[in-house]
Ligand binder design. Structure first.
Ligand code: GLP
Length: 243
């Protein structure tokens, strides 16, 4: 695992965008695995800036998102589909028909989850998966648990995650209690993984991840099974790492 500690959020955005740019330049129809949350927003803005400067072309790019609340409508301003449109897709020349976010309104969740895995396979797999990390070590919505799911599934959110995500909602009661999420195996199948983390609330999770052991109480630690993971974080998130 490569760990890069940055002095500013601009630097994190730049280095993250560099990794995505490198893949987009080597493969016009790259499959980008995308994440929501506040952490990747600056990197998406940097990608938009590079697109506007004529440096990036999204016309053939495909994307798959990690997760979505359930149930939620795509036009709800708290949905991850809405987030992706607002923070990236509406500002670049990606064909929205080539962007996949789990369907927060699907009726048969098992059938939907199987079809989402089939879609990722049909796209040829994910070239680079962007990840944030929860303060409790969750990635996507794979929450700490005794057992973790390998593939896309419907999951309950933990009270910590509901509380952490309530900042985006009017009240904690409005946060959906469940979500559709890629599983640990879906994430580990990506050819490259880029995890971004900022702020002191992520320090424990980053320390556990970087300790190199596997524990289902910190789902992110399973990334130690992958041979191409880059962690880009700020000093606050890196506070628990040995100098
Ligand atoms: C949510 C998302 C995760 C994200 C995490 C951290 O729960 N499902 O994919 O990594 O929050 O979010 P933030 O970047 O806002 O701290």
């Amino acid at each position: 695992m490569r760990v890069i500690v940055c002095d500013s959020h601009e630097e994190i955005a730049r280095l993250g965008a560099d990794m995505i740019e490198e893949i987009m330049k080597s493969k016009k129809d790259a499959v980008l695995g995308l994440a929501t949350g506040s952490t990747p927003v600056n990197m998406y803005s940097e990608l938009i800036r590079r697109y506007e400067a004529g440096e990036l072309d999204f016309s053939c790019v495909r994307s798959v998102n990690l997760d979505e609340y359930y149930p939620i409508a795509p036009d709800n301003d708290q949905s991850y589909r809405y987030f992706m449109n607002k923070n990236l897709f509406d500002h670049v020349n990606i064909d929205k028909a080539n962007t996949y976010v789990p369907d927060g309104l699907c009726e048969d969740t098992d059938a939907f989850c199987a079809s989402y895995e089939a879609k990722i396979a049909e796209l040829g797999g994910i070239d680079i998966q962007v990840l944030g990390i929860g303060g409790n070590g969750h990635i996507a919505f794979n929450e700490p648990a005794e057992a973790l799911e390998p593939l896309t599934h419907l999951t309950d959110l933990t009270p910590e995650t509901i509380a952490a995500n309530s900042r985006f909602f009017e009240s904690e009661a409005d946060v959906p209690r469940r979500a559709l999420t890629m599983g640990m195996g879906s994430i580990l199948n990506a050819r490259k993984i880029l995890l971004l983390a900022t702020g002191a609330a992520k320090a424990d999770a980053i320390a556990t991840l970087c300790a190199g052991k596997l524990t289902t109480s910190c789902p992110a630690s399973l990334l130690n099974l992958h041979d191409d993971v880059t962690v880009i974080c700020d000093r606050a998130a890196a506070a628990g790492l040995q100098a």
